[in-house]
Ligand binder design. Structure first.
Ligand SMILES: Cc1ncc(C[n+]2csc(CCOP(=O)(O)OP(=O)(O)O)c2C)c(N)n1
Length: 326
């Protein structure tokens, strides 16, 4: 498994360590903080009856942010309901995301400068769409690539196999980012596959597979950057398995205490991707205590303003429902 940072933020492997400019690393950290604050407030809004069902990304910030920052504006994104870290990193407005989770279809309106499909709720059905987008980029001789995000549970769907198979056959510039967060609602990975890993599935399709520590922002960045550079040069698709953990319940309609132990959750809390990156950056003098507080305060202020805007938005007309569904 590709890993550079230990849980204590120490470098454990120097071979292939990505060169990330200090400014870029800080941006990754800021976006991870913003994703976490967005998520925390969304959970609270739902609990207060001010928003609808919500799927938390807590614990998956590195897998989402450190992968999506490597892409260019011309690249495409095909996310799921849990990938708000990806959308935030691509510049999707926070207000729009709150609207989306409040059941307001206007939250599915993708700003013109972002090439993304709206978040998919059906599991895996978006994977062949992403492969189709990537194939179109290839046929049009563009340099752009398509990144598709999904959970390990999606690999049990036919759509996944159809998509990944054709991606290999047509050598399309598609990057499959599988966030193995260990649980598909209450189903553990042991009931999802008999393979030794999810990344193994790439081999059968003639696709390169990379298993990364999904709680290590540096490892996720490196794997995605390499996959992206390769795809742009015509090298075809890559399957990246981000080995991570969902710290919260599946959604606000679920209760993780019914199927997993406190001990298990606590063991993953010690591998927290955000704290890990902060520890590393502090050691490298790339983040001071003061900056850490400023970044957190600024994320909270931004979220507060956007929530106020979201809640002040007049209710949509019933026919708006059809406007933003592709
Ligand atoms: C086609 C389809 N079947 C079933 C469901 C119900 N469902 C919602 S989430 C989920 C589990 C998804 O697990 P995974 O793909 O690992 O993603 P995660 O939620 O863990 O991010 C299921 C079965 C669905 N949304 N779509």
């Amino acid at each position: 498994m590709l890993q550079f940072l230990s849980s204590e933020g120490k470098i454990v492997n120097k071979k292939g360590l990505p060169k990330i400019a200090a400014k870029e690393l800080k941006r990754i950290y800021e976006l991870m903080v913003l994703s976490r604050v967005f998520d925390d407030i969304a959970l609270k809004l739902q609990r207060e009856g001010r928003m609808l069902t919500f799927a938390s990304l807590l614990g998956q910030e590195a897998s989402q942010v450190a992968s999506s920052v490597v892409f260019e504006n011309d690249d495409w994104f095909v996310p799921t309901y849990r990938d708000h870290g990806v959308l935030l990193a691509r510049g999707f407005p926070l207000k729009g995301l709150y609207l989306y989770y409040a059941g307001d279809e206007r939250g599915m309106e993708i700003p013109k400068e972002i090439q993304a499909l709206p978040p998919t709720i059906p599991i895996g059905s978006h994977i062949p769409h992403a492969v189709g987008i990537a194939w179109a980029q290839k046929l049009q001789k563009r340099k752009s690539v398509c990144a598709v995000y999904f959970g390990e549970g999606s690999t049990s769907k036919g759509d996944f196999h159809e998509g990944i198979n054709f991606a290999g056959v047509f050598k399309v510039p598609c990057i499959f980012i599988c966030q193995n967060n260990q649980w598909a609602i209450s189903v553990p990975t042991s009931r999802q596959t008999a393979s030794e890993s999810f990344v193994k599935k790439a081999e059968a399709c003639g696709i390169e597979g990379v298993l990364v520590d999904g709680n290590d922002a540096l490892a996720v960045y490196k794997a995605t950057k390499d996959a992206c550079d390769k795809a742009r040069k015509g090298g075809g698709p890559t399957f990246i398995e981000c080995y991570t953990y969902r710290l919260e319940s599946h959604t606000t309609a679920d209760d993780w205490k019914r199927y997993r132990s406190q001990k298990e959750v606590d063991s993953w809390k010690r591998k927290d991707p955000l704290l890990r990156l902060a520890k590393y950056m502090k050691k490298e003098k790339l983040l001071s205590k003061k900056e850490e507080k400023e970044i957190f305060d600024s994320a909270q202020q931004k979220v507060k303003e956007e929530v106020a805007e979201f809640e002040a938005t007049p209710l949509p007309k019933a026919e708006d429902m059809f406007k933003y569904i592709p």
